[in-house]
Design a protein around this ligand. Structure first.
Ligand code: FAD
Ligand code: FES
Length: 266
């Protein structure tokens, strides 16, 4: 049985729950000692109050305040679960489980880090930025309205923004921005999170540049703790050169971008 399955659900008090962009909310949760276990790229499972929605909703940890015991999450309102979360108010409680999954591997040597995020994949990169040392550049892509920019400016040296419609920053994609600023030094590591097509394009480009890249994948989840094998993706085994199924919720969500089998559905 996986370690996560032994974790206990806990009640967290909602400190803040407010809209920060169209259909995007930030929620601060008082989680106590659990905050000290969080590593960048990990997520928590949030449980709805409605009994019609039994499955937990996985949401990445966006930022931690380890002194105050607070976790910030940022979520898009997509379906019934996240719609329910958006109605919660400060002072209420919510059941959560976490931190879950395997996050970003941070190199001990302070070098050059490039963080590449797209849309609702941007949030976990804030906590990563807070934990990284050395020079940090951030490349963010949004459809139209950006969010979390001030948080990145707190922790990093340079933030570049692209929007699909050009309403903010450069009109285009994060890959366009990366190509404009390339080449990067050999001590650069790329960390990425966002929609699968973006991750694929950035990972293939990083491979061409000879740069290591870690990507955070998203799959629909059920148990969220490694028990149901409902969230698998295909990962290349470096020794045998054959692919194997890995669980996004337990073995990931962060994987070596050079090992992900991109062209497959799962
Ligand atoms: C590791 C991980 C981290 C995530 N982090 C964030 C984040 O920081 N911010 C954010 O806005 N979204 C994040 N998501 C996506 C988020 O979990 C879904 O948007 C959310 O579960 C949708 O729930 P819903 O009830 O609104 O939608 P519904 O479609 O009603 O959900 C139905 C079921 O499908 C599952 N589901 C639906 N979409 C997804 C999805 N994309 N990924 C996994 N399960 C899904 C739900 O858990 C639920 O069981 C993350 C997903 C994963 C896997
Ligand atoms: S969601 Fe059950 S194993 Fe990943």
């Amino acid at each position: 049985m996986c370690v996560e399955a032994w974790k206990k659900k806990q009640k967290a008090q909602i400190i803040k729950n407010r809209k920060i962009a169209k259909n995007v909310y930030e929620m601060d949760l008082q989680v106590g000692d659990m905050v000290r276990e969080v590593e960048p790229g990990q997520f928590i499972n949030l449980y709805c109050r409605s009994e019609a929605r039994l499955l937990p909703r996985p949401i990445s940890v966006c930022e931690t305040d380890k002194k105050q015991g607070i976790i910030k999450i940022v979520y898009g309102v997509l379906g019934k679960g996240t719609k329910e979360f958006s109605t919660y108010e400060a002072g209420e409680t919510i059941e959560i489980l976490g931190p879950l999954g395997s996050g970003y591997q941070i190199s001990q040597e302070a070098g050059h880090s490039i963080l590449v995020g797209g849309g609702l994949g941007v949030p976990p990169l804030v906590e990563l930025a807070q934990q990284l040392e050395g020079t940090i550049e951030v490349y963010l892509g949004f459809r139209t309205e950006p969010f979390l920019i001030q948080e990145f400016q707190k922790y990093t040296d340079q933030v570049y923004i692209a929007t699909d419609d050009g309403s903010y920053g450069k009109k285009g994609t994060v890959l366009d921005l990366l190509k404009e600023n390339a080449p990067f030094s050999k001590n650069t590591t790329i960390y990425s999170c966002g929609p699968r097509p973006m991750l694929k394009n950035v990972a293939l480009w990083a491979g061409d540049q000879g740069l290591p890249i870690q990507v955070s994948l998203e799959e629909r989840m059920a148990c969220g703790v490694g028990a149901c094998v409902g969230c698998v993706c295909k990962i290349q085994n470096q020794d045998t050169e054959e692919w194997e199924y890995r669980r996004v919720c337990k073995d990931g969500p962060v994987f070596n971008g050079g090992e992900v089998v991109w062209d497959e559905e799962s």
